[in-house]
Design a protein around this ligand. Structure first.
Ligand code: URA
Length: 209
């Protein structure tokens, strides 16, 4: 069963409220989303492994810890996921960034992969998928399918706002994937928006409508 982690750190919750506010414009929305993604990245990377190395401080020789070279991959689901990449990259600048693009087939309503460019060594990397909104869960499930087909094994999903329907869908198809969110909202409405949500995350990041 997926572990679902709700990140209720006061800074995350404060910034999330500003992101939800319809009066927050694109410039502030982008900055806030980047900041929240960085704060969420702090928790998501908590289990990175360390090793001890020998160094010399100006005073003595000592042993001290560094990341043990575990490789990370950050995979935004296009397009709104792009808004969360830089925040996490600030914490782990050596991570590789892959992209997955999906559209919904108007007839089958199923997500179809239209673009993917992934790190060649994806099977060796811990993967962090980012997408601000976990709504129906269709795109998240399809993106995880794509990554698993290319050999990814250890995958985490990071969303700003989720709803119960989306979490259930991911858990049903990919119970090995842990989900990190800042909030689980009440429901999906008949137009596929999360309620109360924050509207269309992609439009708010890029100023489109
Ligand atoms: N995608 C969004 O950007 N917002 C929602 O509320 C649901 C899906």
């Amino acid at each position: 069963m997926s572990k679902v982690v709700i990140m209720n750190h006061p800074l995350i919750q404060h910034k999330l409220t500003l992101l939800r506010d319809k009066n927050t414009g694109s410039k502030d929305f982008r900055e806030l989303l980047k900041e929240v993604a960085m704060l969420m990245g702090y928790e998501v990377t908590r289990d990175l492994t360390l090793e001890e190395i020998e160094i010399e401080t100006p005073v003595v020789k000592t042993k001290s810890k560094v990341l043990s070279g575990k490789k990370l991959g950050i995979i935004p689901i296009l397009r709104a996921g792009l808004g969360m990449v830089d925040g996490i990259l600030q914490l782990v600048p050596a991570a590789k960034v892959g992209h997955v693009g999906l559209y919904r087939d108007p007839e089958t309503l199923k997500p179809v992969e239209y673009y993917s460019k992934l790190p060649a060594d994806i099977h060796e990397r811990d993967i962090i998928i980012v997408d601000p909104m976990l709504a129906t869960g269709g795109s998240a499930v399809a993106a995880i399918d794509v990554l698993k087909q290319r050999g990814a094994k250890n995958i985490k999903l990071v969303n700003l706002v989720a709803c119960p329907e989306g979490i259930e869908e991911v858990e049903k198809h990919h119970p090995d994937v842990d989900i990190y969110v800042a909030a689980i909202d009440e429901k999906l409405n008949e137009h596929g928006y999360i309620v109360p949500g924050l509207g269309d995350a992609g439009d708010r990041i890029f100023g489109t409508k």
